[in-house]
Design a protein around this ligand. Sequence first.
Ligand SMILES: [Zn+2]
Length: 280
Amino acid sequence: MIIDSHVHIYPPEVIRDVEKIGCSEPHFSELTSCRIHRWAGAEDVIAKMDEEGVDVSWVFGFAFNDLGLCRLCNDYVIDSVKRFPHRLRGLAVVPPLARGFEEEAIRCREEGLIGIGEIFPQGQNFDLTDIRQTWKLAGVADELGMFLLIHSAEPVGHDYAGKGNVCPGEAAEFCIHHPEVRVLFAHFGGGLWLYELMPEMKLALSNVWYDSAAWPWLYEPSILAAIEAAGLEDKILFGSDFPILACSRYFDRLKSSRVSEKTAEKFLSLNALSLLEGQG
Ligand SMILES: [Zn+2]
């Protein structure tokens, strides 16, 4: 079984009004105007899944600053999951400082969505290390039994559109403030997993998982073997960042990473299932 935990879909209205929306949403404008950007709707995702042998995808819209735009994306995700209930599971996008975001999260949970994300702290103008700005988001996620998917990136290396300022230090601080919340950090947590080799950080990060989104652009295949060697093979989830990257590129990397068959199986599906365990 293969679960892709990191897939972006966009409602037709957002694709149609991209320029207009971009005027008031600079982060959206930056990401969608860059050369590598691609659009996809639910049907495109299903077609690609069939082609590449993916069983289930976790899909979400774009985390805007504007709650109304987030709602539009969530409506589309909810509808898509209803149309393809055996293939898609959905996450909600919310702006964590906007009035009324809690109600939107509740609505999405009642509609069956499983998490909140992919949240962009820098793009959504909030500070992930400031507990005064994060307690509501953490509380809502915990109370509703939804995990958080948060964008994170490397503190070193090349720059790219949307890299942002959430690196291992910022990500860890959020987890120290909110140890009860289950968090999936995108893009290998920007390297946060390495610090699970420190006993106090292993404890602080016990509810944390990492996804592999953008792997082909960031790391050598051997990063997966390094994670396995660190004893963290239960914490890494396959996520493709489709439509900007295809799954086949990850499967090639997985093959050349030379991890055990058991680790590969955990990466491709078992860890995603255990992240969801107990939340219904
Ligand atoms: Zn991301």
